[in-house]
Design a protein around this ligand. Structure first.
Ligand code: NAD
Length: 448
């Protein structure tokens, strides 16, 4: 039985961070570094009264967490979801800090959210919640302090309302860089809508080319299952299909579909547009939402929510590679089970970083009043994602080579604890990302 505490994303984020600490000497040299890095710089909680279509007033609760601005202004999406709470947003903001550092964009980490069920809100109600949220945050967001973007159940239209609301509060200023993921005719970047999925594809493709998964060197002919059919999942289905993979299963919040011979992705997308769900797509086997995680395939892409691969179902995952397009889809207990079963995980802070990379490109274009061609964006994104993949793979190899040294040090400092685990790809990614943040903190020092 999994308890609520085990599924707390902040516990997961803290555990993942702690796995990297024994491999970073700076933590030994500076007591307090762990708290300095992991604690958020600022947590803002706002209450949002909103007039509903039926004339009643409903109160919503919103959050914005700036985890770190050590490497640049805060960057991170905001979501509309009933489970949004302070701890979830704190975890998501910390993941943004490590992600931006790993792909080496000059941002810190932030995240936001409003506790609400966006599926039950009309378009007008969603606009009013967004506008009230942005006005309540005031100057806690800004082009050089903290820059929001889309996440679960928020999209280009939501970002257009953010831009407009902030512009009304700051007349006469260039407000385009205050938010990314905007519509292209409102300062958005070409390639931003597909960027999260495209980034995951580049990471996977390069990892396979580097020989990361014995017996599979390319996406061509690989069987892929995808959980979630929103921005990340739907684009992933299309792009992996275009790259020659076979999409055997997809799902959304209402359920999933499985066809071992491969789905016609375009027709599934049309079916979702027409009916609101992938469920009941003809000539496929129906799946419960989480069953998609357990179908036979080479590559599994969780692209929905956190805490989907957990202790109770990890043993039934049949994929050989898990590519985390969602944030925090795998709990630490599940990570151990996957590892023991020889299943490799490309972690969220690497696999879904394409979104923030193109958000960075959007921000740069907005600051300079430019619009880049789509091929420029794609070339730059590919280079960034390949480079980050190389750094993680190389860092892991170096850590594994030196594991005897780290284990000896660990045994001296922690004589009563079990030996240090060999680093996974996730831990290697954290060592790179956290190491970069530590370096900038040390360079900047503490003011005053
Ligand atoms: P979205 O709102 O566009 O889509 C979410 C999808 O997940 C929908 O298809 C929904 O039906 C499905 N879903 C929700 N609950 C589910 C459940 N219990 N089981 C199965 N499916 C479920 O959101 P998105 O932007 O695609 O974000 C998905 C994930 O990717 C989130 O974890 C988000 O943090 C992460 N992410 C998104 C971006 C981005 O640029 N949008 C960037 C990085 C990471």
């Amino acid at each position: 039985m999994i308890t609520e505490g085990e599924l707390n994303p902040l516990r997961v984020a803290n555990h993942q961070f702690n796995q990297a600490v024994p491999f970073l000497d700076q933590f030994k040299e500076c007591t307090g570094m762990r708290e300095w890095l992991f604690e958020p710089e600022q947590v803002v909680r706002v209450s949002l009264p909103v007039r509903m279509d039926d004339g009643c007033v409903e109160m919503f609760r919103g959050y914005r967490v700036l985890h770190s601005n050590a490497r640049g202004p805060g960057k991170g999406g905001f979501r509309f979801h009933p489970t949004v709470n302070e701890e979830e947003v704190r975890a998501l903001a910390a993941w943004m800090t490590w992600k931006c550092a790993l792909v080496d964009v000059p941002f810190g980490g932030a995240k936001g959210g409003v506790a609400c069920d966006a599926r039950l809100l009309s378009e007008g109600e969603k606009a009013r919640v967004t506008r009230r949220y942005i006005s309540a945050l005031g100057d806690n967001i800004g082009p050089h302090t903290d820059i929001p973007a889309p996440d679960l159940y928020t999209d280009q239209q939501t970002m257009a309302w953010v831009f407009d609301t902030y512009s009304m509060m700051h007349p006469g200023e260039n407000c385009f860089p205050v938010v990314t993921g905007k519509p292209v005719d409102l300062g958005g970047s070409l390639g931003r809508d597909s960027a999260t999925a495209m980034g995951s594809l580049y990471v996977t493709e390069h990892f396979l080319e580097l020989g990361g998964l014995p017996g599979l060197t390319s996406l061509k002919g690989a069987d892929v299952a995808i959980q979630g059919f929103g921005n990340a999942g739907r684009w992933a289905a299309r792009l992996y299909d275009d790259a020659g993979a076979r999409i055997v299963a997809v799902s959304d919040s209402q359920g999933g579909i499985f066809e071992p011979g491969g789905l016609d992705v375009k027709r599934v997308a049309d079916h979702k547009d027409a009916t609101g769900s992938v469920v009941d797509f003809p000539s496929t086997k129906a799946l419960a939402p989480r069953e998609v995680l357990e179908v036979p395939c080479d590559i599994l892409i969780p692209a929905a929510m956190e805490n989907q691969i957990v202790e109770s179902n990890a043993g039934r995952v049949q994929a050989r590679l898990v590519v985390e397009a969602a944030n925090g889809p795998t709990t630490p207990e599940a990570d151990v089970i996957l590892h023991d079963n020889g299943i490799i995980v490309l972690p969220d802070i690497l696999a879904n970083a394409g979104g923030v990379v193109v958000s960075y490109y959007e921000w740069v274009q907005n600051l300079q009043n430019q619009q880049w061609e789509e091929h420029e964006v794609q070339e730059k994104l590919k280079k960034k994602m390949y480079r980050a993949t190389n750094v993680v793979v190389t860092s892991r190899a170096a850590l594994v080579d030196a594991i005897d040294h780290y284990r000896a040090e660990w045994a001296v400092d922690h004589p009563d604890e079990s030996p240090l685990d060999a680093p996974t790809i996730r831990t290697a990614a954290y060592v790179v990302a956290v190491g970069r943040c530590v370096k900038t903190l040390m360079e900047r020092g503490i003011w005053p």
